[in-house]
Ligand binder design. Sequence first.
Ligand SMILES: Cc1ncc(COP(=O)(O)O)c(C=O)c1O
Length: 370
Amino acid sequence: MIKIARGSFGEEELEEVRSAFDYGYLGLGHKVDEFENELKKFLNANYVVATNTGTSALHLALEALEIKPGDEVIVPSLTFVASFQAISAARAVPIPCDVYPDTLLMDMEAVNEKISKRTRAIMPVHYGGNPCDMKTLLEIKKDRGIRIVEDAAHAFGSTYFGKKIGGFGDITCFSFDSIKNITCAEGGAIVCNEPGLVEKLKIKRLLGIDRKNQTSLSWKERGWSYDVVDQGFRYHMSNLNAAIGLAQLKKVETFISRRREICVQYVSEFKNISSVQLLPVDYSVVAPHIFVILVLGNKRDKLIQFLKDRDIESSVPYVPNHLHSFYRTNTSFPNTDKVFNEILALPLHTELSDEDVWVVISSVKEFFSK
Ligand SMILES: Cc1ncc(COP(=O)(O)O)c(C=O)c1O
C-alpha cells in the first residue's frame, strides 16, 4: 500500500527518547525547554509555547485572547474540524467563510462580509502549507481591532514574503501530530510576540499554575510552592514528545526538500492533464504538508477507487465543516461546495521512494488516458 501520509523516524528519535528516559522524568521539563528554544531558532521567533496537540494550541490561543462565549471567530469552512472544535471549545461561535476556488485559501472578500459587531477573531488556515493573504488580514486587524489566530498546522517551515510563518498574526499555532512536516507523535506549538500573552499562555497551559520567578521547566529546579491564578488546562507538552520533536527538527530541511521535490514532480507530470486543475503553489517558499489537485468533470470518486485498486491511498481534505451536523448552517459557500466534489490529496511524505512516486504518477495518468 502506498500510504497518503506518514511520519519518518528512526534511531535518532530513539536516541533522544532514551536520553529522556535516562533523565528520569517524562513530563513537562527540560526537553520541552530545549524544543521550544530550537523552535525559536528555526522560526526566528521571540516566544514559543509547546503544547500537547495543535488543537489544544488553537484552543489555548483563543482562551488567552479572552475570546468569550458568544464571540464570533471567522474561519474557512474548508479546514480540518480541529479548527472549528477549538473555537467551540472556547464557547465561541465559528463563522464559516468561503475560500478562493483556485488556492483554496480564505477569501478576503468573504471574510469582510462575515465581520459583525461580535467578531473578535479571524482564524486563517494555511491550507496545505500555502500562506493565506496575511497582508490583508493584518490591515483588517489594524482597522477593526480584530485578533488574528493563524492555524498553521500545515505550514511548519513555509515562508511568506521572505519570513517564516510564525508571528504574522497575534498568535500562530502549529501541529506536530504523527503525519505533519515534523512530528512529536502528538504535539503542537504556539508562536506569539506579546510577552503578556505568552505569560498567560504558559499559565493556562498548565492548570492556571503560576510558579513565580521560575525560568526553567526542569523539575530538579522546581520548588514546592505555587499559586493558581487563572482557569487553565492540561495542555503542556511532555519531555517524551519533545525528545522526538528535537530529533525531527534536525532533519526538517531534508524533510521539506523531499516534500517539495515530490510536489514539483507531480506538477510537471500532471500539468497537461485537462481534467486536473493544479493549485497555484510556489514550492520554492511553501513547505507542503499535503498535495491536493482538483479533479474536474465528476471523476474524483472514480479516481479514488482506481487508485485504491492499485494499492494507492488518497483522500479528500476536508469535508467542509458547514456540512457536519454539529456545525451545519443554512448559508451556502459556492466555491467550497464546488471544490468539495473535486479535491483530492495524493500521497505525500518523506518515506515515499522514487518508485512509489512514479507508481502514483503513472496510475493517475493511466486513469485519465482511458
Ligand atoms: C488545519 C488543521 N488544524 C488543526 C489541526 C490540529 O492539529 P492536531 O492534530 O495536532 O491536534 C490539524 C491536524 O490535522 C489540521 O489539519
